[in-house]
Ligand binder design. Sequence first.
Ligand SMILES: Cc1cc2nc3c(=O)[nH]c(=O)nc-3n(C[C@H](O)[C@H](O)[C@H](O)COP(=O)(O)OP(=O)(O)OC[C@H]3O[C@@H](n4cnc5c(N)ncnc54)[C@H](O)[C@@H]3O)c2cc1C
Length: 411
Amino acid sequence: MQSSLTPFRVAVIGGGPAGLMAAQTLAQGGAQVDVYDAMPSVGRKFLLAGRGGMNITHAEPYADFVTRYGKGAAPLRAMLDAFGPQDVRDWVHGLGVDTFVGTSGRVFPTDMKAAPLLRAWLHRLRESGVQFHMRHRWLGWRDDALLLNTPDGELLQRADAVVLALGGGSWARLGSDGAWLPLLAERGVGVAPLAPANCGFDVDWSEHFSSRHAGEPLTTVAIISTGADGKEFRKQGQFVVTQGGVEGSLIYALSAALRDQIAADGNATIHLDLLPDLTAQRVADQVARPRGARSMASHLQSRLGIKGVKAGLLRECLSKERFADEGQLAQAVKRLPVRLLRARPIDEAISSAGGVRWDALEGTMLKSAPGVFVAGEMVDWEAPTGGYLLTACLAGGQAAGRDVLAWLGRS
Ligand SMILES: Cc1cc2nc3c(=O)[nH]c(=O)nc-3n(C[C@H](O)[C@H](O)[C@H](O)COP(=O)(O)OP(=O)(O)OC[C@H]3O[C@@H](n4cnc5c(N)ncnc54)[C@H](O)[C@@H]3O)c2cc1C
């Protein structure tokens, strides 16, 4: 064991939120930290996350918060206990950025942006001695040294410990291309294939429908779907019709179950409740009211306010006969079947599932590669949008940093 006075060097590969949090924890623990990233700058996905309003964590009760990680809740629990939603907020505040809780319980930096936060964080990291090496792509190991491709050619680098925080497999142009997966598999690390998470789905819309309604949001609808346990569940929210399918927050929230259902059955049928605030009886009563010479479409609009994309969906998904039949039409308003064919490609997804399997890990260290630790989205957990992704990445980065310090006898 090294003396606590001997300098020690830790390589962090990947400068996303997980890697940067590992670097912070290690620097605070006295390590000389080198962050290597394949891209010209760090935190590119973090910055993109800030473009539409950075949702850094969630303010719901902690007992509910942890359940959002599904199967990953158990293995993530210790990390989240050590660095949970309140710790995330305290950390943001410590960087001089305020936060606020939105109406949905989501927590945002006051200006909704990621850039000021990242700037302050990088400044703090540099001050604490962290060295950044951009355009350094990790290619695996050679003779037990890290093999890095740099603008000056190949570099072999040794370190007392390594943290891999290479991200998942979505938005490859921001750096997280999943190319690490076969490198770890070759080294005997158990990995689950990467799969899209928080993703849209393809639907075989007719040209007539998609040319009229692509891009239109469906505000306040509910989706009724069947879970892996065979039980039906419903969730209310919003989504958007796209040229070839559906996307948006309500779809993302259900996407893990829908993706798995498609993998098992070849497709997945969701049912839409187009008027979730009205009972089936009320809808049936309104549809059954006399409509005189009015068309069914204008009857639906005047009686129930159904128009635009909602009306288009009814026309798209029902046969002419069912649309003309008042009873069947009323039922469809509350339960319209839409068949999802496949998940959109992983590169378009907000995040990815799969990655380093938990049974390949001892804490955050790879069992088959002692001294190599992993953090962030590259580990096999997934979560919905709502700040859960970043919270777990930050928590995982801190856990990896602490595990390194403990492994090197420095904590
Ligand atoms: C559009 C969008 C919006 C999002 N919004 C939110 C949000 O509001 N809230 C939220 O919680 N989450 C959000 N996310 C998800 C969140 O940004 C990610 O989960 C998070 O960035 C993952 O962190 P990470 O550190 O694990 O990986 P990443 O942030 O992906 O970082 C991985 C780093 O590793 C580097 N790297 C990869 N391979 C190599 C290699 N071989 N050698 C060297 N470097 C390598 C990459 O260049 C990259 O810098 C959003 C994602 C997207 C795409």
